[in-house]
Design a protein around this ligand. Structure first.
Ligand code: NAD
Length: 476
C-alpha cells in the first residue's frame, strides 16, 4: 500500500479510499495508492506554505543547491531501484527506465548548480533613482504530472521550482506515481525540510482539479493532454494564477532527398517507438521528399517488420502501452485508417511471451496519409508512424505546419542554408537538424508553440518561469 507523502510523512487519504496500481505488462493489480481528496490537497498546500515561510526561505541559494546536489547523488545511488519501480508501473523496457532514472539525477544536478546563478539587474534611469530588479520565487507551486515519463517530468518541473526557491505540491498521474513517492522519501533522507516536496495521489478530476483551484497555489506547472490543459487554464484564470502548459504534439520528421539515410533511419524509428510512442515529442509524422519516398519506405518497412514488442522486463524494442483504454485508442486510429483505405507498409511483432492481458501494440508504419486525416492531425500516443510525401521546401513547410500543434520538428538535410531556412519556417518550440531530441539534454529549454502549450521547462529558462520579477526603484 502506498501513501501520500506530505511534510516528509506517509499520509492516508482522508476518506481511506484507494486506487489499484496496474502492471501494463500483464494488466494485473499489484499495489494500491491513495485516492486523494481536496482535503488532502489542502493539507499538502499548508505544509508547503509553512516550509516556504519557514526553513526553506531561510536557506541561502547555495544551500538549496547543495541539497539538490545531495538528492541528485542519492537518486543516482538508487537508480536501479527507481528504474525497477518505474519499469513495472509504466511498462518501460529496462534501457528506457534506466535512462529516465539517470535523467532525474541529471536534472537535480543541473538545477543544483543553477540555484545561485539566478540574479537581477540594476537599470539605468533618471538622476536621483537607483532601480534594481530581482527574481523571487512564486511561493508554493503546483505540479500536475502525466504517466508517460514521471521521473523525467518531475525532475525538470519540481527540480526547477525548488532551485528557484519554491516549495512544491505534486499531483502525479493516477496511472504512474510510485517512483515519485520514493523520490520524495529520498529527498527527506538527504535533508529536505518537511513540506518542501509533497505528493498527493489520486484522480485528476478530483485532486488535480482541487490543486488547480486551491488559492494557496501560486503557480501551476501542468504537463499533459491539451484537453486537460484547457481546463487547468480556465480554472487558473479565475484567480489569475500563472500557468506553464506542456501539452501534446504531432511532430514531423522531415527528410529531404540529400539526407544521410544511414544516420536518419534508426533515429526516425526511435522517435516513434520510444516509450511505445507515448511521448509528447514523438516524431509521429514522416514527411519525405518525393524522390526519396519509395526507397525510404522500403527500408523503413523492413526495419519496422523486425521490431519486437513484449513485457517490460524482456527489454525488447517496445513495451506495452500504459492501460487498456490507451490500447483501445490506438486500435480506433488504426481501424479509421483501414476504413479510409490508408495502406499499412509494415508492422512489428508482439512476442509469444506477452500475456494476453497486457496492453501491447505492434509498431505500425502507414503511407499516403492525407494531411487532413486524424492520423495526420491528432496525437495517437502509440507507436504509429504516418508517412506522406512532399514536392519541395515550400510544400514541406506547409505540411509541417498544418496541425494545431507546434512541439518538435526533425529536419534531415545536408544543405546548410536549407537547414536554417527550414528551422526558421517550421513553427515549433524545438527544431532538431540531423538528429531528433539532441539526446534529451536537461540544459535545453523545452516547450511548445500553438496548442502544444506555452512557457518553458528544462534549462536555465525554466527558472524564469518559476520566479516572478520585482522592480525596486529607490529615490535618493
Ligand atoms: P492527462 O491530461 O490525461 O493527465 C495529465 C495529468 O493531469 C494527470 O496527473 C491527470 O491525473 C491530471 N488531470 C486529469 N484531469 C484533470 C483535471 N480535470 N484537473 C486537473 N488535473 C487533471 O494526460 P496523460 O494522458 O497523463 O499524458 C499524456 C499527455 O501528456 C499527452 O497529450 C502528451 O503529449 C502530454 N505530454 C506532454 C509533454 C510535454 O512536455 N509537452 C510531456 C509528456 C506528456
Amino acid at each position: 500500500m502506498q501513501f501520500h507523502y506530505i511534510a516528509n510523512t506517509p499520509v492516508r487519504s482522508s476518506t481511506e479510499r484507494t486506487l489499484p496500481v496496474i502492471d501494463p505488462s500483464d494488466g494485473q493489480a499489484y499495489d494500491a495508492i491513495q485516492r486523494g481528496t481536496p482535503e488532502d490537497i489542502a493539507a499538502a498546500v499548508q505544509a508547503a506554505r509553512q516550509c516556504f515561510e519557514g526553513p526553506w526561505s531561510r536557506l541561502s541559494a547555495a544551500e538549496r543547491g547543495r541539497l539538490l546536489m545531495r538528492l541528485s547523488l542519492k537518486v543516482a545511488e538508487h537508480a536501479d531501484e527507481l528504474a525497477a519501480i518505474e519499469q513495472r508501473d509504466c511498462g518501460k523496457p529496462t534501457k528506457q527506465a534506466m535512462a529516465d532514472a539517470a535523467a532525474l539525477a541529471r536534472y537535480f544536478e543541473f538545477y543544483a548548480g543553477a540555484c545561485d546563478k539566478l540574479h537581477g539587474e540594476t537599470l539605468p534611469y533618471q538622476e536621483g533613482y537607483t532601480v534594481l530588479t530581482w527574481r523571487e520565487p512564486h511561493g508554493v507551486t503546483g505540479h500536475i504530472i502525466p504517466w508517460n515519463y514521471p521521473m523525467q517530468i518531475f525532475g525538470r518541473s519540481v527540480g526547477g521550482a525548488l532551485a528557484a526557491g519554491n516549495c512544491c505540491v505534486v499531483k502525479p498521474s493516477e496511472d504512474a506515481c510510485l517512483s515519485l513517492i520514493r523520490v520524495a522519501q529520498l529527498a527527506a533522507e538527504v535533508g529536505f525540510p518537511a513540506g518542501a516536496i509533497n505528493i498527493v495521489t489520486g484522480f485528476g478530476h478530483e485532486v488535480g482539479d482541487a490543486l488547480a483551484r486551491h488559492p494557496g497555489i501560486d503557480h501551476i506547472s501542468f504537463t499533459g493532454s491539451p484537453a486537460v490543459g484547457t481546463l487547468i487554464q480556465q480554472v487558473a484564470a479565475q484567480r489569475h494564477c500563472p500557468v506553464t502548459l506542456e501539452l501534446g504534439g504531432k511532430s514531423p520528421q522531415i527528410l529531404f532527398a540529400d539526407a544521410d539515410l544511414d544516420a536518419a533511419l534508426p533515429v526516425v524509428i526511435n522517435a516513434i517507438v520510444q516509450n511505445a510512442g507515448q511521448t509528447c515529442s514523438a516524431g509521429s509524422r514522416l514527411l519525405v521528399e518525393q524522390g526519396l519516398y519509395e526507397p525510404l519506405l522500403e527500408r523503413l518497412g523492413e526495419a519496422f517488420g523486425q521490431l519486437r514488442v513484449g513485457p517490460a522486463a524482456m527489454d525488447l524494442d517496445v513495451g506495452p502501452l500504459i492501460r487498456a483504454t490507451q490500447q483501445q485508442r490506438v486500435w480506433d486510429f488504426l481501424s479509421d485508417a483501414q476504413h479510409a483505405g490508408i495502406p499499412m507498409v509494415a508492422q512489428g511483432t508482439v512476442v509469444d511471451e506477452a500475456p494476453e492481458s497486457g496492453f501491447y501494440q505492434a509498431p505500425t508504419l502507414l503511407r499516403g496519409v492525407p494531411v487532413t486525416h486524424r492520423l495526420a492531425q491528432e496525437e495517437v500516443f502509440g507507436p504509429v508512424l504516418a508517412a506522406m510525401s512532399f514536392r519541395d521546401e515550400d510544400h514541406a513547410v506547409e505540411l509541417a505546419n498544418a496541425t494545431q500543434f507546434g512541439l518538435v520538428a526533425g529536419i534531415w538535410t545536408r544543405d546548410g542554408a536549407r537547414q536554417l531556412r527550414m528551422a526558421r519556417r517550421v513553427r515549433s518550440g524545438q527544431v532538431f537538424v540531423n538528429n531528433y531530441g539532441a539526446g534529451g539534454g536537461v540544459e535545453l529549454p523545452f516547450g511548445g508553440m500553438k496548442s502544444s502549450g506555452y512557457g518553458r521547462e528544462k534549462g536555465f529558462e525554466a527558472l524564469y518561469g518559476f520566479t516572478t520579477l520585482k522592480t525596486v526603484a529607490i529615490r535618493h
